[in-house]
Every structure is written in C-alpha cells, then in structure tokens.
Design a protein around this ligand. Structure first.
Ligand code: GUN
Ligand code: FE
Length: 457
C-alpha cells in the first residue's frame, strides 16, 4: 500500500539550497521508494488509517464493497509539526574504534595508530569484545540517525562477519569491510598476504548469502600497511566481484612522506592505489584527501571518487585543514564523514558543524582568504545526498534525498515547543543541526520501513 508521510519536509536536491515544504507530504510506494513530494491536502488524514505518535496503527475501516475502480487508500503517517528529513550517510567510520572515542588524541596519526588504535583493534580478536562493542556501535549509529554508512571493521574475519550480521538484524544498510593489513603493523594485528586475501573472499561469499542488505567494501587500511602483493590481490578481487573500495589518502604529512619512501617509482600516493586497481571508477571512497597534489585531484575527479572529509578527525589528530572550497570548485565529490574514533563523535550534525567551522578557519590561512566557507545547505547535502549517491552507484538504492526513485530513508525530528521565533522549517533544521541531539529524533525509516531501536536492553 502506498504510504504518505505528512510533516515539514526538508531536503537538499542540490548543494546551494534547501527544498522545504511546510506541511508537505512524501508519498512512498510499496517498494519503499519515494514517488513524489507534494503539498498536503487538508483532508489527507481522513482518507486512511493513520499512525499516531505512539507508533500504534489504528485499523482501517473495512471496505464493504470495493468498486471496480477502488484503489487502495494511502496509509497516512501524520507527523504534522515535526521535521521529516533524509537520514544521514557517513562514508567513513571505524566501527571497532568506537570503544576508544576521545582517547589518545594528543598524538598525531602515526603515533595514535601505534599507541591507541592498534591495541584497541587487536581486542576484536575476542568474539565477546566484538559482540558487545559492535552491538553498542550499531545502536549508537541508529540513535544518531546514520542509517547507511561505510565502515572499517578490523582484520578479524569472524568479528567482521558478526558486525555485518548485527547490521542486517538491526535493519541498517551499510557496507562494511574487513581491514587488510600485512606490513608495518604490530604482530597481533598482522596477517599473511594469502590469508588476508582468502579471508576476504570468504567474507564476500558468506555475506552475499547471509546479509543481503549489508554490502561488502574492499578495505586496504592504507598504503603503508599493505604490501604490493596484497594490493594486487585486492585489485583482482575488486575486478572479479565488481566491488567498491574504501581507504585512506593524504591524511598526514608524515604518512605522505612515508608512502613516497615506500613507492619511490610511483609519483603520488593516489597513483599507488590506482596502479593496483584500487580506485575503481564511480565506486571508491578515499578518506581525508587533505594534502592532494593537483594531479591527484585530477585523478580523483576522473575516477569519480567520494572524498570523505572528516573535519573533527583532522583537528583531533592535527592532520590539517582541507581546502574544501577549492576541492569542490575543482569538481571533487567531497562529502562529510565522522572517521570515528579519530573523530570522537558519531553524530553527523556534529560533523556538519565541524566542517563549516573548519572551512571558516581555513579562510584565515594565507592564500585562502577569499575561499567562501561552506554554507549549511551545502554541508547538509554533503552528509545526505552526495554520500547517498555512493549507495546508488553500487546498486544498493539511491538515498539521501526525497526525489522520486530514492529509497525513503528518513528521520522524523520532534517539534521544539514554545520557540518565540516564528521559525521556518529550514530554521528548525538549523536549530537541530547546531543545538539538537539524538533525543530530538523521534523515528528512523530505512527504505520505507520504520526501524526500532536495535539491541535495546
Ligand atoms: N590511516 C590508517 N589507518 C587509519 C585509521 O584507523 N584512522 C585514520 N584516521 N587514519 C588511518
Ligand atoms: Fe579513518
């Protein structure tokens, strides 16, 4: 049955402005996809059964004699007074780093990896640790309204599959990858090259059977942690299975220098991935991309890479301030991501604000005074529609907007009582982004279905 969600609908079709309908309707088909967004008809709620704020459905009045012209009445979800917005999409998050959010952040990247990250990830060899913390992670993503994401697990095969199963059970639809790392890693977090490739193939095959809504993304950790043999093997897997790739690129200056020392014959960091088939066109996510050269920028644009800008992480690890306006002007697909746990907060509204603040801070740097900072609608677009296009590109449903054909992935945000200002829907969205939190999210919808809190105790 067609469903109609009625409320104050706000989304971004393009970066420069919001599309907002005060008392509007999103019409959703049986397949969970948006059919259209319209202004409300005043008597719409009279046409069918409604779902009250309690979430309890009131039954439909029986139709005694359906005429031959009878069409099923739409099922109306009446959320008048609430905002209805696309749910968030985070294209760069480390699920196994959730227990260390906020820890070790006095260090820069390479020291932080050694001292805080690797010891944490090695704990995920223990299935009990993995189960407890992956459940907490999935629940937190649900809470903050990030219902699709691209996550790194760890190198451990069983716990990676466990994370995929938990997401499937929870009704979330991310892509997830086992981390591949076979050099420059501590002993308890290192694997043989063939073992790494074999385990990756096994997870791909198992997940195709067991977790149809949770996809696999090939996940070399970063160039310093992957031998050329491993990168070659992963490139073959990418080609053979037609899979997407996620990794890190140009995050920290010592890291970039290290990559040059490891691959003196390859001119740039980005070309190392490309050389080994790890930048498949239209299905690659590269996190950070702070220190790109012009030729790397050109390569990423040509490969239609999603450049995951992680502003909170970049400040925490003193990695640098991305020249976001220049990258956007150069035609890069820049989106906003959390990079938990180098970013300490999984909430995408917090990341949106950090991205705007960072872009403003960048204008204090010599040579960047004229860079126009990000606007709120641009940053919202970069946390919804642009990263959502990644899921469309890999055949997992277009998300992040309410245009026709998009999966209805949405959040219902509660009304803020007694605000003395006569706020527009966009104004209320701004208040939620800057000063709201997960307690303001009343409902989460994925592909037209309401998803309840997973693993609630
Ligand atoms: N580079 C390689 N591994 C990591 C990681 O876990 N986090 C971040 N931020 N950068 C990395
Ligand atoms: Fe990262």
């Amino acid at each position: 049955m067609t469903m109609v969600i009625r409320g104050d609908v706000v989304f971004t079709q393009k970066p420069g402005c919001f599309t907002a309908l005060e008392d509007g309707c999103v019409v959703v088909g049986d397949d969970g996809r948006v059919m259209e967004v319209t202004r409300s008809l005043p008597d719409l709620t009279l046409h069918g059964p409604s779902v009250l704020d309690t979430g309890i459905e009131t039954p439909a009045a029986p139709h005694s004699e359906p005429s031959p012209h009878w069409k099923p009445e739409p099922h109306v979800v009446d959320r008048r007074g609430c905002l209805v917005i696309p749910s968030f999409v985070d294209l760069h998050v480390h699920a196994a780093q959730y227990p260390m959010s906020g820890l070790g952040l006095d260090a820069e990247l390479l020291q932080w990896l050694r001292n805080t990250t690797f010891p944490t990830e090695s704990r995920f060899a223990d299935p009990e640790v993995a189960e407890t913390w992956y459940r907490r992670f999935v629940r937190r993503m649900w809470r903050v309204g990030t219902l699709r994401f691209s996550a790194f697990a760890t190198l451990h095969e069983d716990s990676t599959l466990m994370l995929m199963r938990l997401c499937q059970e929870a009704g979330l639809r991310p892509v997830i990858g086992k981390v591949n790392m076979d050099r420059n890693s501590p002993e308890d977090l290192s694997e043989g090259t063939s073992d790494s490739l074999d385990a990756t193939r096994r997870i791909i095959k198992m997940s195709r059977i067991e977790t149809p809504d949770v996809g696999y993304v090939v996940t070399p950790r970063f160039v310093p942690a992957t031998t050329t043999r491993l990168m070659e093997g992963l490139g073959e897997i990418v080609r053979e299975f037609g899979l997407p790739v996620q990794s890190h690129l140009d995050e920290n200056r010592s890291e970039v220098d290290w990559v040059h020392r490891l691959h003196p014959d390859i001119p740039t960091y980005a070309e190392v991935y490309d050389r080994f088939g790890l930048m498949p066109e239209g299905r690659t996510i590269m996190a950070h991309c702070i220190w790109l050269t012009d030729s790397e920028r050109e390569l990423l644009r040509g490969r239609r890479v999603w450049a995951a800008h992680c502003p909170q992480s970049n400040l925490n690890l003193t990695s640098g301030l991305i020249p976001v306006r220049r990258d956007l002007d150069a035609g890069l697909g820049v989106c906003i991501a959390s990079d938990v746990a180098a970013g300490h907060d999984p909430s995408m509204p917090r990341q949106i604000v950090a991205a705007i603040e960072t872009s403003k801070a960048k204008t204090f740097e010599a040579g960047h005074e004229k860079d126009r900072p990000l606007t709120l609608s641009e940053a919202f677009y970069m946390a919804t529609k642009r990263p959502g296009e990644f899921f469309g590109a890999i055949g997992r449903g277009r998300v992040g907007s309410f245009e026709p054909g998009y999966d209805f992935d949405a959040l219902v945000i509660r009304e803020e009582g007694d605000n003395p200002l006569d706020l527009s829907p966009e104004g209320r969205l701004a208040r939620f982004i800057y000063d709201g939190d997960d307690r303001d999210i009343l409902e989460r919808w994925v592909a037209g279905r309401r998803v309840s809190e997973p693993f609630a105790r």
